[in-house]
Write a protein that binds this ligand. Sequence first.
Ligand code: NAI
Length: 506
Amino acid sequence: MPLPQLDMPVTVAVIGSGSMGGGIAQLAAQAGHPVRLFDAQEGAAERALERISADLAGAVKRGRLDDAQKDAVMGRLSVANTLLDLEGCGLVVEAIVEKLEPKQTLFRQLEEVLDESAVLATNTSSISITAVAQGLVHPNRVIGWHFFNPAPRMKLVEVIAGLETDPALVAEMHALSRAWGKTPVDAPNAPGFIVNRVARPYYAEGLRLLAERLAPLEAIDRLMREAGGFSLGPFELIDLIGVDVNLSVTESVYAATQQDNRYAPHLIQQELVRAGHFGRKSGRGFYDYRPTAGKLHAVGLAAVGEAPALRVAGDLGLLQPLVERLQGAGATVSRDDGLAAGSFAFGEVTVALTDGRTATERAAGGGPLLLLDLARDYATTTLVGAAASAGADAHLPVLAAALQPAGIELLRLNDVAGLGVMRVVCGLANEAADLVTWTGTSAQDIDVAMVLGTAYPVGPLAWADAIGPSRVVQVLEHLHAHYGEARYRRSPRLLRARFAQESLHA
Ligand code: NAI
């Protein structure tokens, strides 16, 4: 089967004109293609054209487009009333309901209408591309082309080959993605592809930390944003995505992995969906968005007393920039070679970075211990989480007094294994490393996908390199021992990086 030259102004058919189809149609028209938009629901395609027109009018107002350009884009868009009106299209992008049978039926009907060289792309976010192509005469022209919402603005697109997809088509879709101003990555035809797979621990660990009462939900969100550098915390993000939509992605990954416990839906989220609390769109989710609701904002712990003098270990490891910052803000610091590497102390209290054990376990038989959570960058962070070993809570306000002169607020956490940012980041890195191990996806594609598709501050594998693969493995092994759950099994790829002392990008 000859493949068409997709970079020519090939006519594009977009099927399904909801949130995604409308955006993809706009994108295709802006890239210069004639576009025919079809939707099974009467009037839906026309409404999509109205939304596109309003969006372009906004761009004209902001000076990004002139009227003539807007008219040219609108002039390339037309509505197809039946599938027969799609005859002659060289590329179809399917964005209909997320169910296998309707997609298969549609593609079989399209084979009757279209030239045999026409490319059939599906924007599915969870269904196997091989399954969509099943039963077609030419399954080699079916490919996954997964855009992110809103399609005209989100830079990332995942390109997914099914078992029968022509490898030459993958290269063509990369070229076309770039021509449309997107950054393409090769994603495996595996549950969740890259972004929806690697992001699972962000939600799953967030929910488990909430259930175990690491801190109130607004405090966990604040910790992830301000200490972790994520643009939204897990609960505000789920509320934005839709509690129900996010749950259905979890359920589909869970089902497609033969119910791997790592992806099991969480009761807290299931209960919200049962109660109709779908997030922002329904006025309530994890948060209450109704006008009568009060605003929640987690506040840091009040500092008590003067900043204490600090004794520091010769090798501070990841805490080095933090201690330098405290010193720069006037702290008295002396060296104490009796301290374990990676720790500092004031009075009888030791302070260390979490290694995946609780403070209480680590302190057993010794003096009081405070554990710090990971921060994206200790040299600039304005917030750090910390927990105390049993009986040592009274020392947390003194640690807050030590951090305050450097402009760092302390957020009190309960003594939960691995704390917040560290546990989430190790979970994300482990998931990413497993995708490398089990599907051969490149570390580069994963990190690019997570930064562009979810606005993470850095790719999870680059982050694991910065923390050190040994530290990530250690945290996961401690979590595994603590909970006795297979969800924390560490990835073979992480283990290799640890023993070979190589980068996860090697
Ligand atoms: P939507 O519900 O907003 O739009 C779907 C449209 O398809 C509706 O207008 C519906 O009338 C039409 N439709 C349904 N069955 C049809 C059929 N057999 N033939 C023609 N039209 C049909 O859905 P949305 O959110 O735009 O999602 C569409 C696809 O894109 C799904 O596969 C979804 O998983 C995927 N996706 C969604 C993302 C999102 O954030 N909403 C992100 C990336 C992919």
